[in-house]
Design a protein around this ligand. Structure first.
Ligand code: EPZ
Length: 426
């Protein structure tokens, strides 16, 4: 296995270009199952998770080819409607093939994803919604074995919690249903807007984009897609936080500031200067603080979009360990998303966890020191990279396959900002 070595204490400066969003690429790839033909997805990131999803799609009979960041998926000849455990267990988002396979073939057998480091990750809302559309779902042997005779029937579906992939799965199920489906308390993340745009471009009729009420007027058939994946807002936020944590300044390009309202507000409140254009964000310290940055400590509470994103909670915590006061970080989405705390404490961070809240006592911009640490999940691992960049001395991060799930060309992008990072064998 490989580890990532980070030489800390070097302020990051320069420009970094953002890749396509992992959490948009996965549902958009699943949507190509809805209709035969050659589908084109542009700005497609090349990540461990997207490569796993392509393997899953090829297992169903999809033919794929990649030309740089253009991904071509031909779903004309599918020869299976089963997503096996050995693939699904490594990536929960595989559950996204359930909706489109049922919409096209009336049957699908998908392994239950199981939990992961951050929580139990149930899929009961996915199942509930499909059953409301007339699907018979049998849960046995660790699989969801689902089928329906004929087309799904439109219905009203209410989410107790605005589930991102639950909303995406049911959008893809309902787009070919007979009649109208209404999703209430639906998730509003930008990745869902990207999927709605793709489905409408294919001939779907979906209203309510960016709201919590989505109305899907079922159509009889769809055309192949040619669409562009939105920039990765979590990657964007990760680099902004990394630049701030090292006392540097920089510009993140190829991104969409409108997808990060909560983070930009919090960074401004903590004292950073943020300038936006329609596709870039610049971050710097005010002139009076450039020699000796003093970071404000600002509370966050993770919420569904447009609230503060849970996927940027760990990264923000790494930043707040450098703050000048105390802040409280409350995680409301997942039940076990503080796995990075123990690792940050190894680097000198002062954090106390109390249930769903973590109290971070900032120790100033020089508060961390390098240490060997271990990545536990995708976003926790990026918080350790940020801490290592800010710390004095060297940090060795093991199990970096977590990082490779969601950050394209991480070493190259950080090196381009002046960081001293490299990979070594464990
Ligand atoms: C998506 O996961 C993202 N993954 C996650 O990103 C992200 O953290 C999460 O949304 C929240 O924003 C992808 O888009 C591939 P949810 P998802 O369904 O859809 C509960 C990353 O780092 N729930 O919105 O699985 C659930 O337990 C990953 O890229 C049910 O109870 O999350 C959680 O508490 C990590 N029953 C809450 O809802 C269900 O059927 C929100 O989960 C579904 C969800």
């Amino acid at each position: 296995m490989e580890k990532l070595i980070v030489e800390g204490g070097i302020p990051l400066h320069g420009e970094v270009r953002i890749s396509g969003a992992k959490n948009a690429a996965l549902p958009l790839m699943a949507a190509t199952l809805l209709t035969p033909g050659r589908h084109t997805l542009r700005n497609a990131p090349d990540l461990r998770d997207t490569r796993t999803f392509i393997r899953l799609m090829e297992n169903l009979g999809v033919k794929s080819e990649r030309n740089g960041d253009v991904l071509i998926l031909d779903s004309t000849h599918l020869n299976s409607t089963e997503a096996p455990y050995n693939l699904v267990k490594t990536m929960r988002a595989s559950v996204l093939v359930l909706g489109p396979l049922l919409a096209r073939f009336g049957r699908a057998k998908v392994s239950m994803p199981g939990g992961c480091a951050i929580g139990a990750r149930p899929i009961n809302f996915h199942i509930m919604g499909l059953e409301r559309l007339g699907v018979i779902c049998n849960l046995e042997g660790g699989y969801v074995d689902a089928h329906i005779d004929g087309r799904m029937q439109g219905n009203v579906i209410y989410f107790d919690i605005p589930s991102v992939t639950g909303t995406e799965n049911l959008l893809m199920a309902a787009v070919l249903a007979d009649g109208t489906t209404v999703l209430r308390n639906a998730a509003r993340e930008p990745e869902i807007g990207n999927l709605i745009d793709m489905l409408n471009m294919m001939g779907g009729r979906i209203d309510g984009r960016d709201t919590d009420k989505l109305t899907i007027h079922g159509v009889k058939e769809l055309n192949p897609a040619d669409c562009t994946i939105i920039p990765d807002r979590i990657e964007t936020g990760t680099y902004l936080i990394a630049i701030a944590a090292t006392g540097g300044s920089g510009k993140v390009t190829g991104c969409n500031p409108a997808h990060l309202p909560a983070l930009l507000e919090k960074l401004r409140s903590a004292g950073l200067v943020i300038d936006e254009t329609e596709d870039s964000i610049s971050i710097s310290w005010p002139a009076r603080l450039q020699e000796t940055p003093i970071l404000g400590s600002v509370d966050i509470k993770t919420m569904p979009f447009p609230g503060y994103p849970t996927d940027l909670q760990a990264q923000y915590m790494a930043l707040m360990t450098l703050g000048s006061d105390i802040c409280v970080i409350t995680e409301t989405i997942f039940e076990n998303r503080f796995m990075h705390v123990a690792e940050l404490q190894r680097m000198g961070a002062k954090i106390r966890v109390d249930g769903h809240s973590a109290v971070v006592s900032g120790r100033g911009m020089r508060g961390l020191s390098g240490a060997p640490v271990m990545a536990t999940d995708l976003r926790a691992s990026s918080s350790l990279v940020i801490a290592g960049l800010a710390a004095s001395g060297r940090t060795d991060i093991s199990r970096i396959y977590h990082l490779e799930r969601g950050y394209e060309n991480l070493v190259e992008k950080l090196t381009g900002l002046g960081a001293r990072v490299w990979k070594e064998q464990e």
